[in-house]
Write a protein that binds this ligand. Structure first.
Ligand code: PGA
Length: 272
């Protein structure tokens, strides 16, 4: 308790030039397998005007590989950053169908969503493989958004913490304290993704706090306090303010609701 008071004071002090980095709120859209180039450019142009001038919340769009280059031309010089939704952990070579960090950086990508539950579920991605990607992304100048979260059956059998711990600990294997400055974690309960069922702010905060404490054990208090932990799973403008208002919820990873510029902008504004 005492410590948190101290950290809060330091965070406040940071606004006037102190040393401890203030944890940044980041709202990222995950477009998944949606939007052709024309559609993508149209929505990003609309979004750009709606979020113009917002500088205390990070705005990120996770778009399909095919539209990133076109989006880069529109977002260049704005406050919108680009994310890829996947990446292969090798520099180049015979990996048919895959995309390297270098290719992503060449089209202006800064973040990469890794370990999303859909990739774990449909493409058999293991913690080990996700960890390899997290490490490779960091080694090559991309910021991973590491997705973690339990399935409905895990929650119902009281295994939420065990599953989340497994995802976090193994996903971050060999990631240094210094590298953690560039890692974002997204807690996404699988039962809440695309289902319209959002975790209640209290349910979400409980797991976010668990992750925060886990980061203290893995690293230290200062490192843990600096990590942005997003919530994802049916986040929309009608519930985002309450979710992001929780102490350990530092933004969102937004699927369905990020496909509409006005709705997504409303979520971003609720985090300001
Ligand atoms: P949703 O998806 O907002 O549509 O539930 C979130 C996600 O999968 O990142």
């Amino acid at each position: 308790m005492k410590y948190h008071k101290k950290i809060n004071m330091l965070i406040k002090a940071n606004k006037s030039g102190g040393d401890i980095p203030m944890r940044k709120r980041i709202v990222a859209g995950n477009w998944k397998m949606n939007k052709t180039n024309c559609e993508a450019v149209e929505i990003i142009k609309e979004l750009k005007d709606l979020v113009n001038g917002i500088d205390n919340v990070g705005v990120v769009i996770g778009a399909p590989f095919t539209v990133l280059s076109d989006l880069n031309k529109v977002v260049n010089g704005t406050n919108i950053k680009l994310a890829a939704q996947n990446m292969y952990p090798a520099a180049n070579g015979a990996y048919t169908g895959e995309i390297s960090p270098e290719m992503l950086k060449a089209v202006g990508v800064e973040y990469v969503i890794l370990g999303h539950s859909e990739r774990r579920e449909y493409f058999g991605e293991t913690n080990e493989f996700v960890n390899k990607k997290v490490k490779f992304a960091l080694d090559n100048g991309l910021k991973p958004i590491l997705c973690v979260g339990e399935k409905l059956e895990d929650r119902e059998s009281n295994n939420t913490e065990a599953v989340v711990e497994d995802h976090v600990v193994n996903g971050l294997k060999n990631i240094t304290k210094e590298e953690m400055k560039n890692v974002v974690i997204a807690y996404e309960p699988v039962w809440a993704i695309g289902t319209g069922k959002t975790a209640s702010p209290e349910q979400a905060e409980e797991v976010h706090k668990f992750i925060r404490n886990l980061l203290v054990k893995l690293y230290d208090e200062e490192t843990s306090q600096g990590v942005t932990i997003q919530y994802g799973g049916s986040m929309k403008s009608s519930n985002s303010k309450e979710l992001i208002g929780k102490e350990n919820i530092d933004g969102g990873l937004v699927g369905g609701a990020s496909l509409d510029a006005k709705e997504f902008a409303a979520i971003i504004k609720s985090a300001v």
